[in-house]
Design a protein around this ligand. Structure first.
Ligand code: SF4
Length: 259
């Protein structure tokens, strides 16, 4: 391995500091710890903030209420700039982006295992990318370093780590992810037809409610507290995942927040 074959060298080439946020960086994701899960999250610049669209099925309500606007405003600007850089990298040098991601995932797996926890990954923290269709080329030295020589460069990151759990929310209907990628379908103010179809396909539905008005049932299904933790693969089947509104969503007038 020469000096250009390291994660630090890839960061320099990409002009970024990293892709994944560790579990402890988000209080709700940190709550997965009580289930023995350490989940790392990838945040891109939601919508088309970077000049590239990462949420093809977003609605006016979810765009305005987006979690990009939740959190401490003091850190928002730096955070947004980092997300924009990452998103540009994803579109402009996919192989570099994906090889960095592979190395970070491998590190996070090691760290979780050392803490006796199960690693998990949420790659669409603030995006809606169909990762089960995104192929890339693994650099030979990365394959060698991580003992991933089985990867034939025609697969996806989900296939590269078949024993690791990935999970996301999505508004894109009809997705057919592999068994290690759990999806929860997100309701917006404009996708009732897709919600009905995804319910019929067996997916749980995530819906946003006012903080003090989370109902017991919605769309004929029981509502569970989706803020108790973030690890959706642990949810029972056939439920609505009730999320309390955050950030600018508190001012929603589109119907995205269900009152
Ligand atoms: S689809 Fe999700 S990430 Fe994208 S704008 Fe809507 S709430 Fe934000």
């Amino acid at each position: 391995m020469n000096k250009n074959e390291s994660l630090a060298a890839l960061y320099r080439e990409a002009g970024i500091n990293g892709l994944l946020s560790p579990p402890e960086s988000n209080p709700k994701v940190a709550k997965n710890g009580k289930l023995g899960v350490a989940a790392s999250v990838l945040h891109l610049a939601a919508g088309d903030m970077s000049g590239h669209e990462v949420c093809p099925k977003r609605s006016p309500g979810c765009s305005a209420a987006c979690l990009m606007t939740a959190g401490n405003p003091a850190y928002l600007q730096g955070k947004t700039q980092a997300r924009i850089k990452r998103t540009k990298l994803y579109f402009e040098n996919r192989d570099l982006f994906m090889n960095i991601l592979v190395l970070e995932i491998a590190k996070a797996i090691e760290k979780a295992k050392a803490a006796n926890m199960d690693p998990a990954f949420r790659l669409n923290g603030t995006s809606d990318i169909v990762y089960e269709k995104k192929k890339f080329k693994l650099y030979p030295w990365v394959a060698e370093k991580l003992n991933l020589r089985h990867f034939d460069n025609t697969g996806t990151i989900l296939e590269l780590f078949p024993d690791v759990q990935f999970y996301d929310y999505t508004k894109i209907p009809g997705r057919t992810p592999p068994p290690n990628y759990h999806l929860t379908f997100s309701e917006s103010e404009i996708n009732a037809e897709d919600v009905a179809k995804e319910m019929a396909r067996g997916l749980n539905i995530a819906s946003v409610f006012p903080i003090k008005a989370v109902p017991k049932t919605h769309l004929g299904r029981p509502v569970i507290d989706g803020d108790e933790h973030d690890y959706r693969p642990a949810d029972p089947a056939g439920v609505i995942v009730g999320l309390k509104v955050k950030g600018l969503g508190k001012q929603d007038a589109t119907g995205f927040v269900h009152t």
